[in-house]
Design a protein around this ligand. Structure first.
Ligand SMILES: [Fe+2]
Length: 246
């Protein structure tokens, strides 16, 4: 658990979606708790891990106010609807998801803040991995979803992905945050937990500040990756905020 100012962040790994080395989801879920009020937000919950996550919420004496999504995931089904059913937490997406997702309680607009206790978390549209990708900014930290990874970035070859948009999102919006802002990514495939904006400006493989847009777009165009194996299951479920028809 790490904290800054009014809140703490607990990083939760996805141990259920590790299939083989070429098809690892390695998704990250974050539990952000306001220290004083014990109100909390869960970001990018994974359906298989909901029981574990809710046990932790209970142990820590937290009231879960919101289940927040950075985007419509292709590699796992979100736990947002199960969490809502169990706790009454409101399901929240960022700008750009309202035309695609049903079953959410609200869609934040650009710059809008989600308040829980004395903590305020701001939505920042960071399209490029998908067209509706949103990062969430706290004082001193940012949850970047699949826009910016530690030393890398999300793929841009489906769901309205655009290398041009991703470059602008990272370089002009995320890199405009203070250098000491902690970066919590949507995935990490090398067991790392966090980075900082300053580190990524210097060391990100494809998006460090010495790389121009044309070079980045070219690198992304040449990148060939297999489809996530759960994509055909995950996309329709996630377009309903993780609600699975029975
Ligand atoms: Fe993704």
């Amino acid at each position: 658990m790490a904290g800054n100012g009014t809140y703490t962040v607990t990083v939760l790994l996805d141990v259920n979606n590790v299939q083989d080395v070429d098809d690892r989801a390695e998704s990250r879920t974050y539990l952000v708790a306001d220290r004083e009020s014990r109100q909390a937000v869960i970001i990018d919950a994974v359906i298989e891990n909901v029981d574990r996550d809710l046990r932790l919420v209970k142990e820590l004496g937290l009231t879960l106010r919101y289940a927040v999504e950075t985007h419509i995931h292709a590699d796992h089904i979100t736990g947002a609807s199960l969490i809502k059913d169990a706790t009454g937490a409101q399901i929240v997406y960022g700008p750009g998801a309202q035309d695609v997702v049903t079953g959410a309680d609200s869609f934040l607009s650009e710059g809008e803040e989600l308040r829980f206790g004395r903590t305020a978390m701001k939505a920042l549209a960071t399209p490029g991995h998908t067209d509706g990708c949103t990062s969430y900014v706290l004082p001193g930290a940012v949850f970047t979803g699949d826009a910016l990874f530690i030393r890398g970035n999300g793929r841009t070859d489906f769901q309205g992905g655009s290398a041009e948009k991703l470059f602008d999102s990272v370089r002009h919006k995320l890199f405009a945050l203070p250098d000491d802002t902690i970066v919590y990514p949507g995935h990490d495939y090398d067991g790392r937990v966090s980075s900082t904006i300053g580190e990524e400006k210097r060391f990100n493989q494809r998006l460090n500040v010495s790389i121009d847009k044309h070079t980045f777009v070219d690198m992304m165009r040449r990148r060939v990756m297999p489809r996530p194996s759960k994509m055909d299951l995950a996309l329709p479920a996630n377009m309903k905020a993780g609600r699975i028809d029975t």
